[in-house]
Design a protein around this ligand. Sequence first.
Ligand SMILES: Nc1nc2c(ncn2[C@@H]2O[C@H](COP(=O)(O)OP(=O)(O)OP(=O)(O)O)[C@@H](O)[C@H]2O)c(=O)[nH]1
Ligand SMILES: [Mg+2]
Length: 378
Amino acid sequence: MIELQKNDTEKYLLLAVRLPGMGAYETEKSLDELAALAETAGAEEVGRLIQRLDRFDPNTYLGEGKVLEAAQILEETEATGVLCDDELSPAQMRGLSEKLGCKVIDRTILILDIFAAHAKTNEGKLQVELAQLKYRASHLSGLGTSLSRQGGGIGTRGPGETKLESDKRAIRTKIGRLARRVKEMEQVRDVGRKQRVRNRVPVAAIVGYTNAGKSTLLGRLSGAEVFAKDMLFATLDPLTRKCRIPVPGEEGVTDYLTGPEVLLTDTVGFINKLPHQLIDAFRSTLEEAKYADLLIHVADASDPDLDKHLAVVYDTLADLGASDKPVLTVWNKTDLIPEETELHDPKAFRTLRISAKTGTGMEGLYAALAAMIRENAD
Ligand SMILES: Nc1nc2c(ncn2[C@@H]2O[C@H](COP(=O)(O)OP(=O)(O)OP(=O)(O)O)[C@@H](O)[C@H]2O)c(=O)[nH]1
Ligand SMILES: [Mg+2]
């Protein structure tokens, strides 16, 4: 059988450096995630090359020998280019694309590209554009040969290439203008937040690693249609829904009318090495967690890297100044794991097991939420 190949799919060779202190498994897992990101962006992996180095090569990311090896694989596989698992410096970007004569994409460009493709609201689009411009401003000298904007694909979505953008000053001006507009939108968001505080409806932010099931859970809790998809960063625009928590009523009948009300906010997923340009630009969106009364932390219990993801989530929460919030960790996707699997989150106030997809464990979640809201009100 001949496998039909969609010819508009970009194919990439994945490159990673394993620095001292990094395990082989860790490097491999990081590349798995890079491959998942590539897939989300509509690209495909043709292979991977990992090199152990004491430090990144300042000119070509990988060392000379490995770059030659990469060139050979690129030729054999007719790949579009290489995808590096770290953010490259302008010099590395330039050096590598000169040596390989192909497209060079780094982890940051890839994530920015996915964000650009997924942003839907004006605020989201502006935030991504700002992050992309910041990246370009700091990489002007490196991007020239690598990302010609002809032909489309990764690195070409978002703000278009104009002659002006080769002019650093013009970019700076544009960044200033965008930053001001993002700031204005932040103020609108602030007003919204203050209003919520005045209305005294408690706010729970649903946080967690990307693809953990946050949007699916919001959909289930609020009964509303919420966009959920098996891809990374499906959600970029936080969505808030009011919901009343059903509580056990008399004679075992569920009471849907008198339980506490809560505002549930879906948020952007976290990921390892989330580009700092995005954290800056999305700060107000990400900070939904900081202004919430409590956090519902959704963790994909079926993911083999669960522990690592927990660490990333708590690190990111600390960066955002949201470490002091009470956390309810829900182990999601338990329909995919054996019942006896042990799960630990010492940082959580409470933990429980659910499946947002099948609805298992929702009563427990309602009870825990109602209790936390009551405690919070006291
Ligand atoms: N088997 C199983 N799949 C689930 C469960 N919950 C969510 N999923 C699936 O996991 C994928 C990701 O779900 P989302 O709700 O989009 O995840 P998210 O955390 O909002 O992801 P981002 O917005 O991309 O960060 C989807 O394909 C869901 O159908 C679950 O309990 N069990
Ligand atoms: Mg989502």
